[in-house]
Design a protein around this ligand. Structure first.
Ligand code: HGY
Ligand code: MN
Ligand code: MN
Length: 412
């Protein structure tokens, strides 16, 4: 098989152009799912899919597909390349977008080389991978894989009180195809690592063999509002202080564990949120992750026990609500090996890895053999405008994707 190479300049230009799309008035990249900014990014992507003469399909949860198929292979299950183009708040330009645009680039490169694959090849941009506005994250791919009903997903209420289905309709991406309309032959996702491992070890390619479990919940602590000046410390039922104890408990426990367990409190709000009022309520999110299913369950149980003791000690009431819960996922060994072979075929070192971040691949792995390719993140930084991957690494990753896709699309 000839060693083709992607058009690196076209790929890097599109990554930069999409990275400029949908920025807010402060210049921050916040293409939050189903927002006006998301629409601007989606429209840009669909224009590129159209320029590449792909068949464009949008399903009911707003997943966008660019499909390359012809009379000779239309009956076969497609090889699917995917990721997402929605972002977190004040994001970098590579998370998700790199994988979708590399999928488009791989298809265009194969087409321009006159290759007619034995199978259709499609590229997907899944809705609401980040889960910042609507929980859970990886929602579009979860629905596509049958893990959440499309009706339930469309009825999801956002952190801003909006309804996902209404927002998708408003931005013109409430598609008609049933999610899961086409079961992929295989799925590959190319993504920046978003961690320090590849850069630290000077390795350009990660062959991702598994992905850690994710537990998201919202904790609400109800205490008693009182005067900040007149209330003795012994008489307080301070929801804010109780929340601070939970945050410290989570961090100390994860840090002391000497395991890969990670714990994050990313959102917090006090009521009535006034400088001279002891908070009556604290509401915050807890993100727990661990590659080991048993350890993740143990962390959830430890938090539950701590909350019970804390409620008694502080004279507050504490309730929790589940936002997302995904078991660890192991990817397809055959595709992981194909990634290693493709890297070696290009003289690129690779190493097996676990993904710390959630990805659409973990959902599509429920319905098809799936795996991921990582490229280095400078400083291991992501979910931050300083997120950066060198152009040469981005192109190398896209070429490995191209080789893997070509092999999968040729396979019977
Ligand atoms: O939360 C995650 O790991 C992903 O960025 N949605
Ligand atoms: Mn991502
Ligand atoms: Mn992300």
């Amino acid at each position: 098989m000839s060693i083709l190479s992607v058009n690196g300049e076209r790929l890097l230009n599109r990554i930069r152009a999409l990275g400029e799309t949908g920025r807010d008035s402060d210049g921050r990249l916040s293409r939050i799912a189903a927002s006006d900014a998301d629409k601007v990014g989606r429209d840009r992507l669909v224009d590129w899919f159209r320029d590449a003469n792909l068949e464009i399909v949008v399903d009911r949860i707003g997943n966008i597909f660019g499909v390359w198929r012809d009379a000779g292979n239309i009956e076969k299950a497609p090889v699917l390349i995917g990721s997402h183009i929605d972002t977190v708040i004040d994001a970098g330009i590579y998370d998700g977008c790199y994988g979708v645009l590399s999928g488009l680039e791989a298809i265009q490169t194969l087409r321009e080389a006159g290759i007619t694959p034995a199978r259709p090849i499609a590229v997907a941009a899944f809705t609401n991978e980040e889960g910042v506005r609507y929980a859970p994250d990886m929602m579009g791919s979860l629905v596509y894989a049958g893990g959440l009903s499309v009706e339930q997903a469309l009825a999801t209420i956002g952190t801003d009180g909006s309804v996902l289905g209404e927002e998708l309709h408003r931005i013109g991406y409430a598609g008609t195809h049933e999610p899961g309309f086409s079961r992929p032959h295989a799925y590959v996702e190319l993504h920046v690592e978003q961690g320090p491992v590849l850069e630290r070890n000077r390795i350009p390619i990660g062959a991702v063999e598994n992905l850690q479990g994710i537990s998201w919940q919202r904790v609400t602590i109800d205490g008693v509002a009182n005067h900040a000046g007149t209330t003795p410390m012994s008489m307080r039922h301070d929801a804010g202080h109780a929340a601070a104890r939970v945050i410290t408990f989570l961090r100390d426990r994860a840090t002391a564990s000497n395991t890969p367990t990670v714990a994050t409190v990313g959102c917090i709000a006090f009521e009535p949120n006034a400088i001279n009022v002891i908070p009556s309520r604290a509401s915050f999110t807890v993100d727990l992750r661990d590659p080991d299913a048993e350890r993740l369950r143990a962390e959830e149980a430890a938090l539950e026990g701590y909350l019970q003791d804390l409620a008694a000690a502080e004279g507050v009431t504490i309730s929790t609500g589940r936002l997302a819960r995904f078991e660890p996922v192991t990817f397809d060994t055959g595709i992981v090996q194909a990634i290693e072979q493709a890297a070696a075929g290009r003289g690129l070192a690779s190493r097996r890895m676990t993904s710390g971040a959630g990805h659409d691949a973990q959902m599509i792995a429920r319905i098809a053999p799936a795996a991921m390719i990582f490229v280095p993140s400078v400083g291991g930084i992501s979910h931050n405008p300083l997120e950066f991957t060198a152009g040469a690494d981005l192109v190398a990753g896209a070429n490995v994707l191209l080789d893997v896709i070509q092999a999968l699309a040729a396979a019977d």
